[in-house]
Design a protein around this ligand. Structure first.
Ligand SMILES: [Zn+2]
Length: 96
């Protein structure tokens, strides 16, 4: 993963290319302008999915790392949803 201080463009803070297990070369780029972007792109590299992201409540509504488009009214949970933790666990187990 390449980390950069700047945004990729006006709308994009990160991107990941995730390939099938038989293919070589999975990589990502993430802007450090938001810590959540690093968590999001690492999630892509480890098998986490947008559709398994969720909104949680920790004193205020927050979004887990894999939320595709952040809502400025919500904070960041700085965690993965339980479903994405399971996805990551399964991905890592498949590599063992
Ligand atoms: Zn994404």
């Amino acid at each position: 993963m390449l980390l950069t201080n700047d945004s990729l463009n006006e709308k994009t803070l990160g991107a990941a290319l995730v390939r099938q297990p038989s293919q070589i070369g999975t990589f990502a780029i993430a802007s450090l302008s938001s810590y959540a972007t690093v968590g999001h792109e690492i999630g892509h590299l480890l098998g986490a999915k947008h559709e398994d992201s969720e909104v949680q409540y920790n004193g205020w509504w927050c979004e887990t790392y894999m939320t595709p488009q952040g809502d400025s009214m919500k904070s960041n949970c700085y965690t993965y949803s339980p479903a994405n933790r399971e996805n990551i666990k399964n991905f890592l187990n498949s590599k063992a």
